[in-house]
Ligand binder design. Structure first.
Ligand code: PHE
Length: 391
């Protein structure tokens, strides 16, 4: 293997010969390079700052040159530096060239030609290859993106909102994180009242030092929006409050810790239970078909008195009794009632002058009934095979 000889003779001819021997040695070594590791070894051997061959000729040839030959030797060494650098670079490109796969373009193989490419042409050959490999056929069909559709839950929500808007209701929204006051207290759930257990939820951490009514929680229903609306507006009020709500419920086929509600409120002079019944009967017929009947039974909510549970006649069997209605012919669907005068007290409405009704329904449950879906979890899994059915 080549090693840098000491020079005795600094004549131009001797310098030329020494240079030629060096370049021949490099040419041989560079032709033998087979892979990236060898290519790096070649570069280190010849060009490493510390003890590479270029450094050696600088030390052995140039520094030792008699002062009369210094200039000549200096020029020679500089020229050699450039040549060596160029040749090492060529070795690298040859390797690239060798590793470049043949590509098929328009039915023709464009790849390594059978003849060696002259070193001077390597650069342009590599550039052409790169271009060819990156070529794009604009006539190929593009990536097809399906158009999205509204989620079935939101579709039901939109439809039921439209039913109430047609009856003169406006839409109000409120925060999903609300205070104990709006979610419970102003709705006549006193602290420690057992009715709070039916709507257990998550409280925001680190609020122990706040008074209970100010503590923030994930709202369990959209009723707090009704309180906020009554604080803002004097009667007559007709408002619906759609939105996302949270409860500490373990997920199963009919429960989800996150779901959607639509609640409504109507307050005016002379509002009676008959208004409540007529309004909800109309809404259920609009959603489930005109042959559906409604039935009202006493229930309990802290914020309504009296409270009524609303059932619809089973849209699957028409009251005959089937697995959907568990044989009863009826399906419970809404909570409702006449607004408790105590609630009016929280918003400064005069209960002697005004009366009103309120109601609330679960959107997922309505959607399940309308599309015969038997697992509420489907709405939240994001499985396109499920969602596609609604496109
Ligand atoms: N807020 C009740 C719930 O989430 C529903 C409801 C609203 C009941 C209005 C009566 C009146 O369960």
């Amino acid at each position: 293997m080549y090693s840098v000889p000491k020079l005795e003779d600094y004549s131009p001819e001797a310098l030329d010969t020494a240079s030629r021997e060096l370049l021949e040695a490099l040419e041989q070594e560079s032709a033998a390079v087979q892979d990236e590791a060898e290519c790096k070894a070649l570069r280190d051997r010849w060009m490493a700052r510390k003890n590479g061959i270029l450094t050696q000729i600088n030390d052995v040839w140039l520094k030792a040159a008699p002062s009369a030959s210094k200039r000549q030797a200096g020029q020679q060494v500089n020229q050699l530096k450039k040549q060596v650098e160029g040749m090492v670079e060529v070795a690298r490109k040859r390797l690239l060239f060798r590793e470049m796969p043949a590509t098929e373009i328009d039915g023709e193989m464009v790849g390594k030609p059978l003849v060696e490419i002259p070193v001077e042409a390597l650069d342009s050959w590599l550039a052409t290859q790169k271009l060819a490999a990156e070529r794009i056929d604009v006539t190929l069909p593009g990536v097809h993106r399906e158009l999205g559709v509204r989620h079935p839950v939101l579709r039901t929500m939109d439809e039921i909102v439209a039913v109430f808007v047609a009856m003169g209701y406006s839409v109000a929204e409120g925060p999903e994180i609300d205070s104990d006051y709006y979610n419970f207290e102003a709705l006549n759930f006193p602290p420690d009242h057992p009715a709070r257990d039916t709507q257990d939820t998550l409280f925001i951490a680190g609020q122990e030092r706040r008074p209970q009514r100010d503590r923030l929680l994930l709202r369990t229903h959209t009723s707090p929006v009704q309180i906020r609306t009554m604080e803002r507006l004097r009667p007559p009020v007709r408002v619906i409050c759609p939105g996302k709500v949270h409860r500490n419920d373990a997920p199963d086929a009919t429960h989800s810790p996150v779901f959607h509600q639509l609640e409504g409120l109507c307050v005016d002079t002379n509002i009676t239970l008959a208004d409540l019944k007529g309004t909800l009967d109309h809404a259920m017929k609009a959603m489930f078909g005109s042959s559906v009947k409604t039935s009202f039974r006493p229930s309990f909510f802290p914020f309504t008195e009296p409270s009524l549970e609303v059932s619809i006649s089973c849209p699957f069997c028409g009251e005959k009794g089937c697995s959907k209605c568990k044989g009863s012919g009826w399906i419970e669907l809404l909570g409702s009632g006449m607004v408790d005068p105590a609630v009016f007290g929280f918003v400064d409405y005069d209960p002697a002058k005004y009366s009103g009704f309120a109601f609330g329904m679960g959107i997922e449950r309505m959607t399940m009934l309308r599309h015969n879906i038997d697992d509420i979890q489907q709405f939240f899994l994001g499985d396109v095979r499920f969602l596609e059915q609604f496109s």
